[in-house]
Ligand binder design. Sequence first.
Ligand code: KG4
Ligand code: ZN
Length: 343
Amino acid sequence: MRVLGIESSCDETAAAVVEGQKVLSNTVLAQIDIHAEYGGVVPELASRAHIQNIMPVIDQALREADTTPQQLDAIAVTTGPGLIGGLLVGVSVAKGLAMGLGCPLIGVHHMEGHLMSPFLVDQGAGHDYPFVALLVSGGHTQLLHVKAFGNYVLLGQTRDDAVGEAFDKGARLMGLGYPGGPAISAQAEGGDRAKFRFPRVLLDRDKFDFSFSGLKTSVRSFVLKNEDVVADPQGCKDLAASYQEALVETLVIKSLSACEKTGSQRLVVAGGVGANARLREMLSKRAKRWGVEVFFPPLNMCTDNGAMIAYAGACRLARGEVSDPVELNARARWPIPELVAAG
Ligand code: KG4
Ligand code: ZN
């Protein structure tokens, strides 16, 4: 079964063709240049860029997969959550294609796409339920107990900023540019991560909610009081490494506690922040001590892409779920519990 996946919920225009768990093509056009000067995603500019780029991106994905539109068995598209303008572009194009080709259309929850990304073929992992999932992106920080495909219990989530947002805002304060995650990660290379101590906000130890706004405030006041550190090349490296360490350690502690609480020996990490090298390193090391096996998506599947949407769509289709091409609509807000309740 060949599925075209379309993703346009934030600042990447992406399309991919997936067959089973095999990725035949995966085209991603990032909009970094457009948003960099503003230090973050500007929704209106993102929508315009999606409109311009979506058809060429889909064409390229089909070409690289050596697939004609008529050979597609289904079309999957991110319907939410995300920026409404971008979502509408993807959903409109997917509806038109599905109607024109007469093939099934499946609306996909963006975070379910991320959740399935570690199972795309390069990773070689089968779906072995249950597991705990740490979903970490620019808009989300969540811990889920995944009992089966579509059956997710929300263990906890951020009460304020998402961790990707904390990376992005921290990078802006340090003058490191956008997107902040890769910038902080690069700057932290060669930095002393124990040089400055930032708080690990763990809230209630038995609960799995996160809070990153205090950490952001503490880095802001640090930067204001220590301009010399930021201006010094080694000082800035130490600052980035210390800040990253606080963010990463918070995620690691909470994730492993969630595994312990649910009796899970498997942990899946997904979303853009899952690309973070220090997170991968610390989590792999500590998980071993806890007897937990960690699955990360391949690096190019951590950030937004069409392959994860195609694959999650294929999993929905396998359960007989299709969307009505007339009724399907974009949803800026779509909490995971509502997805679960809908079946
Ligand atoms: O999943 P994603 O591509 O888009 C959303 O759904 O939000 O995640 C984007 C987020 C951004 O905040 C970006 O700074 C962060 O993921 N990110 C990283 C890294 N690569 C991307 N954060 C830390 N380390 C990275 N290497
Ligand atoms: Zn995402």
